[in-house]
Design a protein around this ligand. Structure first.
Ligand SMILES: Nc1nc2c(ncn2[C@@H]2O[C@H](COP(=O)(O)OP(=O)(O)OP(=O)(O)O)[C@@H](O)[C@H]2O)c(=O)[nH]1
Ligand SMILES: Nc1nc2c(ncn2[C@@H]2O[C@H](COP(=O)(O)OP(=O)(O)OP(=O)(O)O)[C@@H](O)[C@H]2O)c(=O)[nH]1
Length: 442
């Protein structure tokens, strides 16, 4: 499980700036898609192989007008409750304020490790910066400059040190696809889980002790093994599973990161909401394979069916790589076909793409349409090999590749997807430029 780091602090101390710095490596990998609205409060960061989840509590709507406890948004409270570690940001330029002291008092009761981070410390003497804030009784203040990046890497190393890297996830290949069922509240996730698990055999399922940990439920369907990654803290009650907690973005993100294939559940009776779009955006960023289940199809008439299709086409057009299924979890209709698409998406996400076939596919695309010239530079794409799975990564070698426009990258992505018939997974392109100054011209 990726550790969850939650940023807390009064307005204007630099939480958003630090959030961007902690998550930027990942964000930069994913080209912005038309129609995609991102939830900027949640992001995945990475140091080397180590991934972590960052939550920025800035800008959440206050629930009540006054009092620091009420002022902390409900979502901020939920994030604190679900955090593995809290970063408490203060402003090294303005010094300690009463507001800081109130937040500190709240965080001391959180029962989580808290690191006191003094931001805007660029060009300031370390001892001087820290002196003021020792009084908070939250240990040694860690000076950083979120804007300039000073001290941020050291901060991440200190924060992540207690969290052992877990490598169990990918290893169990014969446990079948790891599937996460995600969606906003009330769309029918629990009902779908029960439709999947109900009559099927749940293999030696043990409930772990804590509710904060995601649960992996192994099961078999049509003779194939799967593992269901829980999002809602499912509890077994008699024969069925039910959600024990309210919706959690953090758990949703954790489940997406841990699975191979996401099943995104939408409610056919309602228009696509901002929350649906945000969850879809998380899936897109993660690079996971995806199948969309438009649920409660039994409950809507023909007019409504047309309308929801149009709405989905307009608001979620960036999910074009996924297959859509119109299902009823309640009446267990369309579930078999849905799981067929899960299998196909898994196979696509894990596909082996041989270097000769990739290079041939590349040459076919180049023959169809060469990348445009950029000033004196003409990008030359020479050969391709596979650089990863889930999502498949295609590494292209050549020269002047930094001048390939985003639209051409998308053309290549689609071309490889078609050449290898990869249904249900996104695909990513990485460029490796050989620095040969002579080859770049011409
Ligand atoms: N000098 C300096 N300024 C910084 C640094 N980090 C952030 N700032 C500035 O501080 C201001 C507030 O930064 P934000 O990241 O928006 O602060 P925030 O805590 O997210 O604010 P809210 O969204 O209001 O809670 C901006 O003008 C930033 O440019 C830093 O390391 N050094
Ligand atoms: N008509 C119809 N109702 C459904 C269907 N699937 C779920 N429902 C109903 O929708 C409501 C919500 O279903 P849940 O399975 O609890 O939804 P959920 O997404 O798990 O909700 P949270 O636990 O709040 O996240 C319940 O009343 C279900 O009976 C369906 O296919 N058709």
């Amino acid at each position: 499980m990726n550790p969850t780091i939650v940023l807390v602090g009064r307005p204007n101390v630099g939480k958003s700036t630090l959030f961007n710095r902690l998550t930027k490596t990942r964000d930069a990998l994913v080209a912005d898609q038309p129609g995609l609205t991102r939830d900027r409060h949640y992001g995945i960061g990475r140091v080397g192989e180590r991934k972590y989840l960052v939550v920025d509590t800035a800008g959440f709507d206050p629930v009540a007008k006054d009092g620091i406890l009420h002022e902390m948004a409900r979502q901020a409270e939920q994030a604190i409750a679900e955090a593995d570690v809290l970063l408490f940001l203060v402003d090294g330029r303005s010094g300690l304020t009463p507001h800081d002291e109130q937040i500190a008092a709240r965080l001391r009761r959180a029962g989580r490790p808290v690191h006191l981070v003094v931001n805007k410390a660029e060009g300031m003497e370390r001892a001087l910066v820290a002196a003021d804030f020792h009084a908070l009784g939250l240990g040694d203040p860690l000076p950083v400059s979120a804007a300039h990046g000073d001290g941020v890497r050291q901060l991440v190393d200190i924060v992540l040190a207690p969290f052992a890297q877990d490598e169990e996830a990918e290893a169990e290949a014969d446990a079948g696809p790891r599937v996460a069922i995600v969606g906003r509240p009330n769309v029918g996730k629990s009902t779908l889980v029960n439709a999947l698990l109900g009559e099927e055999r749940v293999i030696a399922f043990d409930m772990p002790g804590t509710t904060r940990d995601a649960i992996a439920i192994p099961f078999e369907r049509g003779g194939r093994p799967y593992t269901l990654i829980d999002t809602a803290g499912l509890r077994r009650r008699g024969k069925v599973f039910e959600a024990i907690e309210k919706f959690s973005v953090i758990k949703t993100l954790q489940a997406i990161e841990q699975c191979n294939v996401v099943v995104l559940v939408l409610d056919a009776a309602q228009d696509v909401s901002e929350q649906d779009a945000h969850i879809a955006g998380f899936v897109l960023d993660s690079g996971r394979a995806l199948v969309v289940a438009v649920n409660k199809w039994d409950d809507v008439d023909d007019y409504r069916r047309e309308r929801i299709k149009v709405d989905i086409g307009r608001k979620l057009n960036f999910l074009g790589f996924a297959r859509f299924h119109y299902v009823s979890a309640l009446k267990t209709q369309g579930i078999g076909a849905l799981m067929k698409s899960v299998d196909a998406a898994y196979a696509a996400a894990m596909a082996n793409l041989s270097t000769p076939r990739l290079t041939r596919a590349l040459q076919v695309m180049l023959a169809k349409q060469a990348p445009p010239r950029h000033g004196i530079f003409r990008p030359k794409l020479r050969y391709a090999h596979q650089g990863g799975s889930n999502p498949p990564v295609v590494v292209i070698h050549g020269t002047a590749l930094e001048h390939v426009p985003a639209s051409y990258v998308r053309f290549l992505e689609h071309g490889f997807i078609e050449a290898f018939k990869l249904q249900g997974t996104p695909l990513r392109i990485q460029f490796r430029t050989a620095h040969n100054p002579f080859a770049e011209k011409g």
